[in-house]
Design a protein around this ligand. Structure first.
Ligand SMILES: Nc1ncnc2c1ncn2[C@@H]1O[C@H](COP(=O)(O)OP(=O)(O)OP(=O)(O)O)[C@@H](O)[C@H]1O
Ligand SMILES: [Mg+2]
Length: 259
């Protein structure tokens, strides 16, 4: 009897401690420790250790095929992994993608998967988090961030330009009110002016206290907006540091980044 009581108390204490660490968005950290990932028998990530602290913009850089998308997909529960992945002290490995999203991790994949037959507004509506009490963002915020989406709110998303679709995907993810947003190559194929708009958008997220993990290949934008960056090569982190440190490290840039 008394042992049952002790167990219950311990469980309650653990639950309370877990709530304390996860209740404040400002205190949530994404931490990967020695993460390995696999597609079937192909071993792609080899012991990745990295973190994104609250309110930071962190870039994950590397050449094609270095494992950057696999890293974010593993965090999001879409690729088999082992090791440790924690967000706000909660273990993510083994959870389903929707459970991870519900914990406050937003993910914008490489392929801009909008709902082509739905309007811009309906796409945004689908991104809304169910049961969120005080979401940080509403439709007006999205339309203010990207006025182009307001003009096209009743248009079918499938006919939007690539840049507009990218903005819509970013905004739809934001409607889920994430504390951390992971964005895979948001500027790929976009004109320089639109790239600048995406950079402004990411800075606005940071101003509102949202942490960003940005997967990029364009060094200029990554260096301009991130506080820290990681470089990946062959499924391993080969460099970690500030943009200034990366700029000063010509060996790393030549060996792992420049084409
Ligand atoms: N679904 C998959 N099945 C098997 N292998 C895959 C799969 N997806 C990616 N890979 C392999 O995993 C490695 C890492 O790919 P990943 O997509 O993570 O690279 P990346 O750094 O995002 O590069 P990029 O997006 O520029 O191609 C590559 O060798 C790739 O061929
Ligand atoms: Mg990729």
């Amino acid at each position: 009897m008394s042992s049952t009581t002790t167990t219950t108390t311990t469980t309650t204490a653990k639950a309370a401690a877990a709530t304390t660490t996860t209740s404040s968005p400002a205190g949530r950290i994404l931490k990967l420790d020695n993460v390995h990932a696999f597609y079937g028998k192909s071993h792609i990530l080899h012991g990745v250790t990295m973190e994104v602290r609250p309110g930071e913009i962190v870039s994950l850089l590397g050449r094609n095929g270095s494992g950057r998308s696999t890293t974010v997909k593993t965090i999001m529960g879409q690729v088999d992994g082992h090791g440790t992945i924690q967000f706000g002290g909660k273990a993510l490995l083994g959870l389903k993608a929707y459970e991870i999203a519900h914990l406050g991790v937003g993910y914008v994949p490489e392929n801009r998967d909008i709902f082509a037959k739905l309007t811009v507004h309906q796409n945004l509506l689908l991104g809304q988090k169910h049961g969120a009490k005080n979401p940080r963002w509403n439709f007006d915020d999205m339309y203010r961030l990207f006025p182009r989406l307001l003009e096209r709110q009743h248009t079918e998303a499938g006919v939007l330009s690539g840049g507009e679709q990218q903005m819509l995907t970013l905004c739809r993810t934001l409607m889920g009110d994430p504390d951390l947003i992971m964005i895979d190559e948001p500027t790929e194929g976009l004109a320089p002016k639109i790239v600048e708009l995406v950079a402004e958008y990411l800075k606005e997220l940071k101003r509102r206290g949202i942490a960003v993990l940005l997967v990029e290949q364009k060094l200029a934008i990554a260096m301009e907006i991130s506080q820290r960056c990681y470089v990946m090569g062959h499924g391993r982190i080969v460099f970690e540091g500030t943009p200034a440190e990366l700029r000063a490290n010509s060996y790393i840039r030549k060996e792992w980044l420049e084409v």
